[in-house]
Design a protein around this ligand. Structure first.
Ligand code: SAH
Ligand code: SF4
Ligand code: F3S
Length: 439
């Protein structure tokens, strides 16, 4: 009775963690994971709807499975994640060969949906949001993995309703997990071999801001930092408005906390930030960055930026370029604004042409590429600490790991080094990774 499933995951780290839970649940009902849809009895997509392109991809991918289903009608095809949450029953209508749809609060329904499809070919859809208590009880039992780096969800959902963003609509309201559970989970993962933990949340640093009975996010970091056997600690993604002084100070005091923060600013223009409903001004953002750099002079920042928000004019865009120049991000994810259903920005007047937007996007990208190159080039010749994660994809005795700044480093070494922090001299700087040699 050995059945096989194939799973593809899109979108952010939330989906990556959800997929780990999906794997665990499917293993429990006798399915093991395979790496091609052709071999599978069950095919699942865990989807993202943050931009239109991501959403369209889902339908494109489903189309790829159609010929397989034509040949093997008993194949079960399912969609979960944010597109599933948003579209619900409509997906079953649009895609006649789709068997099941499950939303972001319904991963626990998956075994039942699959069994229904197996037994009666019944098509199922579960996308109801769950209340806080239910969600807190549904926190993952995940698969055992002997990997050096693991994610741990500390909060889920988002209450911020930035005017462009679909996430609050598809992930529901913010909830924070009890700190004792998080600590216990980290201890468990470290016992399984994890050496680096990334605490995860849509706005991870908003942890417990709605509820002051439990610890603050900074206190949580201090508790995780104290766990024996853990070597490194990261967290993502941070919302600038909730970046407290207490949290900034952690970058100066916690030995395991990596010197990297992903701090999306979205726009450098106060007018646009207000229209975006971001809850901070340009100066407030820059103030926090300055304090971070003071507490931890070698901290490196990465960010997200949106170009082409409705009504963003040349002055607004120039303010974004200036901010990028002033902060000096090691990397930036730059996005062209994409209107999303149900969001406030989708109804705003947009008088800028697609060509203008694209030209601005290209200017920003060029500036960022130059900045990134300068920052990463500075690592050449340096001896850096690298936490070794595994063998490189290139093979031939190449290992890879990351620096404190989350930069991938490839170097010649042996598998015994996995899980250790080693010193590597950087010999060559590529666009997305470093090459080095063991010291
Ligand atoms: N919670 C995080 C972001 C999650 S979404 C935060 O607030 O920083 C990841 C990124 O996608 C956002 O930072 C934003 O830059 C981008 N994004 C979200 N909605 C978008 C849209 N409608 N169009 C273009 N980019 C978008
Ligand atoms: Fe979206 Fe804003 Fe929430 Fe981030 S904070 S997930 S951008 S609504
Ligand atoms: Fe995408 Fe959903 Fe994450 S929309 S970015 S997968 S929360």
């Amino acid at each position: 009775m050995n059945k096989a499933f194939y799973l593809e995951t899109f979108g952010c780290q939330m989906n990556v963690v959800d997929s780990e839970q999906i794997v665990a649940l499917l293993n429990d009902i006798g399915y093991s994971q395979v790496d091609s849809a052709e071999q599978a009895d069950l095919v699942l997509l865990n989807t993202c709807s943050v931009r239109d392109k991501a959403e369209r991809k889902v339908y494109g991918h489903l189309g790829r499975f159609k010929p397989i289903k034509d040949k093997r009608p008993e194949l079960i095809i399912g969609v979960g994640g944010c597109v599933a949450q948003q579209e619900g029953e409509k997906m079953l209508e649009k895609v006649p060969y789709l068997n099941l749809v499950f939303g972001t609060h319904n991963i626990h329904c998956l075994p039942e949906l699959v069994q229904q499809a197996e037994q009666s070919r019944q098509r199922g859809c579960e996308t109801d949001f769950q209340d806080r208590e239910t969600r807190l009880n549904l926190f993952p039992e995940r698969t055992f993995q002997e990997t050096v780096t693991r994610f741990v969800t500390v909060m889920q959902g988002c209450d911020n309703f930035c005017s462009y963003c679909i996430v609050p609509h598809v992930r529901g309201r913010e909830i924070s997990r009890p700190s004792q559970e998080i600590i216990a989970e980290v201890q468990g993962l470290v016992a399984q071999g994890a050496r680096e933990i990334t605490l995860l949340g849509q706005n991870v640093n908003s942890y417990n801001m709605k509820d002051d009975e439990d610890v603050s996010f900074a206190q949580l970091l201090r508790q995780v930092n104290a766990i024996d056997g853990l070597q490194r600690l990261r967290f993502a993604t941070s919302h600038p408005k909730d970046l407290t002084d207490e949290l900034i100070d952690c970058f100066g005091s916690l030995d395991k906390l990596c010197k990297h923060i992903h701090l999306p600013f979205q726009s450098g223009s106060d007018r646009i930030l207000k229209l975006m409903n971001r809850g901070y001004t340009r100066d407030e953002y820059l103030d926090k960055v300055e304090r971070l750099k003071k507490v931890c002079p070698d901290v490196r920042l990465t960010t997200d930026v949106i170009v082409g928000f409705p009504g963003e004019n040349e002055d607004d865009f120039q303010a974004t370029l200036d901010l990028v120049e002033q902060v000096g991000y090691a990397d930036a994810f730059t996005f062209l604004y994409s209107p999303r259903v149900e969001t406030a920005a989708a109804k705003m007047v947009d008088d800028q042409s697609a060509m203008q937007k694209q030209q601005r996007f290209d200017r920003l990208l060029k500036l960022q590429q130059q900045t990134s190159a300068t920052i990463w080039q500075a690592d050449a010749g340096q001896e850096l600490s690298v936490l070794v994660e595994g063998e490189s994809r290139q093979g031939d005795g190449q290992m890879f790991g990351r620096t404190t700044w989350n930069r991938i480093v490839n170097f010649s070494g042996s598998i015994e080094l996995i899980g250790q922090i080693v010193t590597v001299r950087i010999t060559k700087v590529f666009r997305n990774s470093h090459l080095g040699e063991l010291v």
